[in-house]
Design a protein around this ligand. Structure first.
Ligand code: ADP
Ligand code: MG
Length: 671
């Protein structure tokens, strides 16, 4: 007798002194305590069952029949004793291997039918094949054929609630046969049926036994039990009578199992082999998840709402936040964002102020964190072209000013270092000056104008700046510093110095350093620095903080949405505990259950995420139309959607794992 290849003499199932007791905590019923030692339900069951047998296990209610069946069907483990399946001890099987055994060897028929209420008759029958990895088309054909064989062909698409008890039990029998059903375990299959339906079910079981299936029938009814070929009587958890069971009782022809047993070695491999492609599994899980979501539309909708609000608010709030941030930055971009200004204080009668000098410019240029400086000499001038006069702001500066002030030309060129050297009479004019003097549409580039009666050639037009601090920033003409000093103003004292700092964070220190250094050089503290950089830094930091806060609020609402998902998933798992038990009894592995509930959670959140993105875009568009400064970010939208899906994964995991870890027997007994 070898364990690897079961010989005819090896029992299909052998129980050796099986005992089962429930923990003291679970023995709450006082009735049992009188007849049995506390919660000792099976008290030394030894039994050999052979392939092809039709056995009835009969006993009074509470005698331990169902407990025995759960152990026989590997839904439950005994407290002690050995269970040999084809000579192999199942004590060494892990949860997945047991699921495999249930899937491949057993088909369960329960008193309460135990069909999945949300699935049609055919889909219920398909479930075991689903976990065995049978392709969808094949599954469909086989389930249909089985139901037709059981006279259920006309009700393939009926839900369990639309079927009578007898019909539901026939669906359950078809399900038990789906994977071959070598061993049919039927626990009081006629218990809930009227006598005629019960008789039909018994007839079916008889036929299955004739066809070579091993049928184990559990019943409290002696008349029902009498129809089996071997009757085992059980009382108070012990076998009190057995009408037979010698291997000789089974003829060789009937012993042929409906599904031939695989050699133990290949079985061991199959046990852990992937059952179906991941894509097919996911498709199936998504279909089932959608069905469940749809049948709980209202609840699903509320959960979705949480996610939709979360995602939409992330998108809208980030858009508003970065919109206002951008607006703050735009306000300062008239001048360079990293530029501050140095000017001498106005003198008083008692102490007339000394003007800035080029030496001061050099001092500032030499300080740390100063990237560039531009001296600017400025006064009112009159610009004339032909017979048109225009009073404007005349300025002279070095070529670096364009960089320091963030100024550029929109037409023509900026003057160059060579113009500075040559004291060239060239000028760039602002848009307002251009409009005033060149209203006739002449191209200003190359034209001559008079600035305070000195002829200058226009080489460029400054890009529009608009109004800042109530002044028209486009009403100016700018010429090289040397030309302004020599030809217009007659002195070299800058009115102010533009200073560009390298690091915004250091702006305040740099401003102080400028004041200190110039005070030391000029021997009087009469210079003031307009440090706009610091203000810009603070304002943009504020805007950034606001964006972050808005984002945080949005993220919190997303988390709240996620908690909603978890809540619903926990509820759904609780409600469907029995369904989990049914799926496990038909061979689902823990990963199958985990995947199913995770898919449901992720499906809810991805649908919510998609709707949320749409709503978010709609809000952003509406705000845009209303003139609110918003900056739409594709990245934020993708991120928000991703977060929603992630929320499903994270918050769905705990409930899904709870479901996957359920004990099959406990799950089946729920509700
Ligand atoms: P039968 O199916 O023969 O009516 P069962 O096997 O269902 O009997 O139950 C046998 C005994 O075990 C009963 O007294 C029952 O109360 C007890 N029992 C069954 N399941 C549990 C359980 N999960 N926890 C505690 N006691 C249980
Ligand atoms: Mg029972």
């Amino acid at each position: 007798m070898t364990r690897e290849v079961p010989a005819a003499g090896v029992p299909l199932i052998e129980l050796q002194d099986i005992r089962k007791s429930y923990g003291p905590a679970s023995s709450e019923s006082t009735d049992d305590a009188e007849s049995l030692p506390p919660a000792m339900v099976l008290r030394g069951i030894s039994l050999k069952l052979f392939a092809g047998e039709f056995v009835a296990i009969v006993g009074a209610s509470g005698s331990g029949k169902s407990t025995l069946m759960h152990i026989l069907g590997c839904l439950d483990r005994p407290s002690s004793g050995r269970y040999l399946f084809e000579g192999e001890d199942v004590a060494g099987f892990d949860a997945d291997a047991l699921a495999w055994l249930r899937r491949e060897a057993f088909g369960f028929v329960f008193q309460g039918y135990h069909l999945v209420p949300t699935e049609s008759a055919r889909e219920n029958v398909e479930i075991p094949a689903l976990y065995a990895g049978m392709p969808e088309a094949e599954r469909r054909v086989r389930a249909t054929a089985l139901l037709e064989r059981l006279a259920m062909g006309a009700r393939l698409d009926h839900r369990p609630s639309q079927l009578s008890g007898g019909q539901q039990q026939r669906v359950a029998i078809a399900r038990a046969l789906m994977n071959g059903g070598r061993i049919i375990l039927a626990d009081e299959p006629t218990g809930a049926l009227d006598s005629q339906s019960g008789a039909e079910v018994m007839k079916l079981l008889n036929e299955l036994a004739d066809a070579g299936h091993t049928v184990i029938l559990i019943t409290h009814d002696r008349n029902v039990a009498a129809q089996a070929r071997r009757v085992i009587e059980i009382r108070d958890g012990q076998i009190v009578a057995d009408s037979g069971g010698a291997p000789s009782a089974i003829s060789a022809s009937t012993a042929a199992p409906a599904a031939p047993a695989a050699p133990a070695a290949s079985r061991r491999n199959a046990r852990h082999a992937p059952q179906a492609s991941l894509a097919a599994d996911l498709h199936e899980a998504a279909r089932a998840a959608w069905r469940v979501m749809w049948s709980n539309r209202f609840r699903t909708g509320l959960t979705l709402l949480g996610i939709v609000i979360g995602v939409a608010s992330v998108i809208a709030m980030l858009a508003v936040g970065s919109g206002s941030q951008q607006q703050v930055m735009a306000q300062f971009e008239t001048f360079g964002v990293r530029t501050m200004f140095v000017a001498a204080r106005e003198g008083s009668v008692r102490a007339p102020g000394a003007p800035l000098t080029l030496a001061d410019v050099d001092t500032v240029r030499g300080l740390a964190n100063v990237e560039a400086v531009a001296p600017y000499i400025e006064d009112r001038v009159v610009v004339r072209r032909g017979n048109v006069d225009h009073a404007s702001e005349g300025g002279g500066t070095t070529v670096g000013f364009a960089h320091v002030l963030g100024w550029g030309v929109s037409e023509g060129l900026m003057f160059e270092e060579a113009d500075e050297q040559r004291v060239a009479k060239v000028a760039v004019i602002g848009q307002t000056v251009r409009r005033a003097l060149f209203a006739d549409g002449t191209d200003p580039i190359g034209q001559d104008v008079l600035i305070d009666k000195v002829p200058f050639q226009v080489v460029g037009v400054l890009a529009a700046k608009g109004t800042s601090d109530g002044e028209d920033q486009d009403d100016r003409v700018v010429v090289p510093f040397s030309a302004a000093a020599a030809r217009l103003f007659g002195h070299q004292n800058p009115t102010w110095i533009g200073v560009q700092v390298r690091d915004m964070e250091q702006a305040t220190q740099t401003a102080e350093a400028i004041e200190t250094e110039l005070a030391a050089r000029r021997r009087v503290r009469d210079v003031r620095v307009w440090n706009r950089v610091e203000a810009i830094r603070v304002q943009s930091a504020t805007a950034r903080a606001m964006t972050m806060m808005l984002g945080l609020i949005a993220a919190i609402s997303l988390v709240v949405g996620g908690i909603g998902v978890m809540n619903v998933m926990l509820m759904t798992v609780r409600e469907r505990t029995r369904e989990v038990g049914i799926r496990m009894a038909t061979g689902a592995r823990q990963t199958d259950i985990l995947r199913q509930f995770m898919t449901e959670a992720v499906l809810v959140t991805s649908v919510g995420g998609t709707v949320g993105v749409a709503v978010g875009l709609f809000i952003v568009a509406a705000l845009m139309l209303a003139g609110v400064p918003v900056v739409f970010s594709l990245l934020a939208s993708i991120g928000a959607f991703g977060c929603a899906v992630l929320t499903g994964l994270v918050f769905g995991f705990m409930p899904a794992r709870n479901a996957a870890r359920l004990d099959p027997v406990v799950a089946l007994a729920s509700q």
